[in-house]
Ligand binder design. Structure first.
Ligand code: GCB
Length: 891
């Protein structure tokens, strides 16, 4: 194995060209101190032409000079005459910039980076964080804010350069010694209209930067989401090619047949049978598709990202196989069955009946049947990358090594010699390490290749606050140097631990886990949720200030893990062993799910815990099955450790305290509902203290706590189970305080982020578990703002409550108005008049006028101002509309 600092490939791009230096834009920044000091700016982007810049040079070229409306993926669109900036960055882009973009008569600039948008105008945006609303043109062109936003530490002589090339050429950048201690020369081959960010940290002596450009290979994913036919029920012969399914419903994926009946409240009876009341059984899907001649000679893999819960598939009448389990993906190699240049007929039978051999048996959520995630075709060269396993055997803030084990497959009938290159690319798109091997791949076989990088200095660490994401590009070349296949895997440099006394630490610093549980459904859609909604969900979680998400109670969509990596959310992901365990086949299936989950998601830096089950050792389980549960948990734990020794394991249990079971996993998750299913919320701290005394070596993480509330329902005297937002707030204020005060509790995950559908719940909205911070269609309850005020660093203020707009008061007696805020000071205004400012403890006595009132709260934090406003209509009982009470006349 060889190690390269620079990738020197003998590609035409790297062959010697005439040296020509042409810099359209160059900005130099030096950071001798923590503050920003702009030492020189050359050039600029304030021309009259619209310029859209992406990390993709070819795309830049394509869009140059065109109207931005034609490229909505860049993030600007118009809705109802409003400009809406969507933080839509294609998955592997770090940034998108637009200069001089036309919107009606206006011109504006925007910059998107890691889901955040910065604009030069006060547009209405639905962005995650709009930190700067002033004109940021200067910052964009100098790139200073980009560095300012993400710096984790003060680095001397840090330099950011932004280069745009108007034509295809070699670019030479000479950096004078006064900026980086000694003179540096960087060289790039750049395409026409290509742009680059070049970022230089404390530089190792041998530093030279090469910016990464992906290879053109045949690997591609063809979506198969549209034009499906669907029919409910068992249908004989539906797998046959000559079967006529033309009368079936037309559907597109994601799809579930339970999007309606699960929410049907008509059938609520006392003798509710959870196995009967929504449609659980087999159904059929059929789809025809054609394959272009260009895929001839390639391998074709039919991939299902999830089907609940048993799926059987046929292509062109031939049986492909069966997958059992509703939450992990699976694939079939269809190369030998598929017809190229002609129609193919895919038939899939999906069955969500109760199945004793497949987890879960029962749960407090619904088992929506169907192809509820995407189906797609993966096309690859017969010699391809099958699997990549990236770990970081040594990592600190000074240095790190990367170990990559790649499985290379040769699906041809002759042995092949290949050149295999692994490039580690930093968040700026620069190759920081290259590892190159020459290998002989056996005919019709595969070969694992292990590569260990030498040490990378000053890695940018991944954390919830600064989710710096590196990428591992794995590229296979044949003996002529032609690229055959390439994959990209995420890489984050981070380390973490749980301690029984100190809670959780990441990258050497203690970090309280502030988390939520997240179920994958959405109101009236079930689990068939579009990807854009998942993105919104993750942004809601992040915006509330959380740093952790427990993906309850099963593996979620792979896109969710990508999002968590990029926005910075720690993840607990689990297999769906919930409430009970079955026999041997159940155990085997649980292990298969664990293999599939770890196999799919092992490279995501966001994942810190593998969950092995939820409340499957509940006290009300038959005693005779407890032994089986312990054995299964032991086997699952051993398997998780074997598959992924780099991560910790956990389980979530309620009252279960048998230490011989609890201690099997590394971390002990506790689901606790004092003040809901039992006791009062004041019990929470005391009971956990007692448990800690009894089990001093446990690493406590509160995996669930929560209380239900109906959105907009407020009461004066909150009581347990009244489903008021008022009670839910009291519950959370007390419980979160108890968690926060105890350093040995690593942290907690609220049950739950969103209200979710559960057939077994008959609260005041039947079929919905209402413990969410937001409703099942994502409306925030007051408690959402309470947590935001506790958890988020972004300045916020919220008047409690925007859903309490009509109040009844006693004339002459002021009403208490509460605010949630993380600001250092807040001032409240009633009908335009200040009621005074406060520092901390945000409660005011407000002398409302009868009828319409306006409230406005203005907060200050770190030089930023935020405000919240609402209208309140106040009625004094006894008074007729507008007429003062007799009693109070003359007051
Ligand atoms: C739990 C379960 C979770 C339920 C929750 C509840 O302990 O782990 O699946 O949804 O309680 O709301 O009852």
């Amino acid at each position: 194995m060889e190690h390269y600092m620079i990738l020197k490939r003998n590609s035409p791009q790297h062959r010697c060209q005439k040296l020509l230096s042409f810099l359209v834009l160059l900005s130099f920044l030096a950071f001798p101190h923590a503050g920003l000091a702009q030492t020189a700016v050359q050039g600029g982007l304030q021309g009259s032409e619209t310029v859209i810049l992406t990390p993709d040079g070819a795309l830049n070229k394509q869009i140059q000079g065109r109207n931005i409306d034609e490229v909505p993926e860049l993030g600007a669109s118009q809705e109802d005459g409003r400009l809406v900036l969507l933080p839509h960055q294609p998955r592997d882009w770090q940034w998108v910039a637009g200069f001089n973009v036309r919107w009606g008569e206006k011109r504006f600039n925007f910059f998107m980076v890691d889901g955040k948008t910065f604009t030069s105008e006060q547009f209405k945006t639905n962005v995650f964080l709009t930190r700067y609303k002033e004109d940021v043109t200067g910052r964009i062109s100098s790139n200073a804010f980009h560095i300012a936003l993400h710096r984790t530490r003060v680095v001397e002589n840090e330099l950011a350069i932004f280069v745009v090339s108007p034509k295809k050429q070699r670019v030479v950048i000479e950096i004078p010694p006064d900026l980086v201690k000694r003179k540096r020369i960087l060289e790039y081959h750049m395409e026409e209209n290509e742009s680059k960010f070049i970022h230089i940290d404390v530089l190792p002596e041998e530093f030279t930067s090469v910016t990464w450009a992906p290879e053109k290979v045949s690997r591609r994913v063809v979506p198969l989401s549209d034009d499906w036919r669907f029919k409910k029920g068992e249908i004989r012969g539906a797998e046959k090619e000559n079967f006529n399914g033309s009368s079936w419903d037309r559907v597109s994926l994601p799809h579930t047949w339970n999007a309606r009946d699960v929410y049907d409240t008509r059938n609520i009876r006392d003798d509710l049978d959870v196995f009967e009341l929504y449609d659980r059984g087999p159904s059929w899907y059929r789809k025809s598709f054609s394959l272009e001649p260009s895929v001839r000679g390639q391998r074709l893999f039919l991939q299902f990202l999830g089907a609940n819960q048993v799926a059987d598939a046929w292509l062109n009448g031939k049986y492909l196989g069966q997958h059992r389990g509703g939450y992990t993906g699976f694939e079939f190699d269809i190369t030998d069955v598929a017809r190229i240049g002609r129609e193919n007929l895919l038939a899939v039978r999906v069955d969500n009946s109760f199945n004793y051999d497949i987890p879960p048996h029962t749960a407090d959520f619904d088992f929506f049947g169907g192809l509820y995630r995407q189906v797609q075709l993966l096309v690859t060269h017969p010699i391809h990358v099958k699997d990549v396993n990236v770990t970081t055997p040594n990592v600190s803030s000074e240095s790190a090594t990367v170990r990559v084990v790649t499985t290379l497959a040769n699906q041809t009938s002759t042995p092949r010699r290949v050149r295999f290159v692994t490039n580690i690319v930093n968040p700026y798109g620069e190759i920081v390490r290259s590892m190159v091997d020459e290998k002989d791949l056996p005919a019709s076989g595969s070969l694992p290749v292990e590569q260990l990088s030498d040490s990378i200095t000053n890695p940018l660490l991944w954390s919830p606050k600064y989710p710096w994401l590196y990428k591992v590009y794995s590229t296979l070349y044949n003996d002529k140097g032609e690229a055959l296949d390439q994959t990209v895997s995420p890489l984050g440099f981070r380390w973490y631990s749980f301690s029984a006394d100190q809670g959780f630490s990441m990258n050497g610093e203690r970090l309280k886990i502030k988390g939520v549980n997240y179920h994958q459904d959405y109101l009236n859609k079930g689990n068939a949720v579009p990807l854009a909604q998942k993105r919104e969900d993750i942004l809601h979680i992040k915006r509330m200030g959380a740093n952790f998400v427990r993906l309850a109670h099963y593996p979620h969509h792979p896109y969710v893990l990508d999002l968590c990596d990029s926005v910075g959310l720690l993840v607990w992901q689990e297999i769906p062993v919930v409430n009970s365990v079955g026999g041997k086949k159940f155990g085997d299936n649980a292990k298969q799910m664990l293999r599939e989950m770890i196999g799919r998601d092992k490279n995501h830096p966001s994942i810190i815990l593998w969950g092995l089950g939820n409340e499957f050792s509940r006290d009300f389980q038959p005693k005779e099955t407890l032994g089986d549960q312990k054995v299964l948990l032991g086997e699952l734990n051993a398997l998780a450790k074997q598959l992924d020794p780099s991560r910790l394991t956990t389980q979530a249990q309620n009252h279960y305290t048998d230490s011989s079971v609890m201690a099997i996993t590394d971390v002990q998750g506790r689901n606790r509902y004092y003040g809901w299913y039992e006791g009062t919320y004041d019990d929470f701290g005391r009971v956990l203290d007692e448990e800690r005394k009894q089990f001093p070596t446990w690493k406590f993480l509160v995996s669930e706590y929560g209380a239900e509330a109906k959105y907009g329902y407020h009461v004066d005297n909150p009581r347990i189970f009244d489903h008021s937002e008022t009670y839910q707030l009291d519950f959370h204020r007390v419980t979160w305080k108890a968690i926060e005060e105890r350093p040995w509790i690593a942290g907690a995950a609220i049950w739950t982020m969103f209200d979710f559908s559960s057939f077994v719940k008959i609260g005041n909205i039947p079929r919905i578990n209402q413990k969410g911070m937001m409703t099942a269609d994502r409306k925030p309850k007051d408690v959402y703002y309470f947590y935001q005020s506790q958890w988020s660093d972004e300045p916020m203020v919220y008047i409690v409550s925007h859903t309490w707009t009509h109040r009844t008061a006693t004339r002459g007696l002021p009403q208490t108005v509460r605010l949630f805020s993380n600001c250092s000071s807040v001032e409240l205004f009633l009908n335009g008049k200040s009621l005074g400012g406060k520092i901390g403890g945000y409660e005011w006595s407000v002398p409302f006028a009868e009828g319409n009132n306006s409230l406005k709260a203005v907060g200050q934090k770190d030089g930023q101002t935020v405000a919240d406003e609402m209208a309140v209509y106040v009625r004094f009982p006894g008074a007729k509309d507008g007429t003062p009470d007799k009693k109070e006349e003359g007051n």
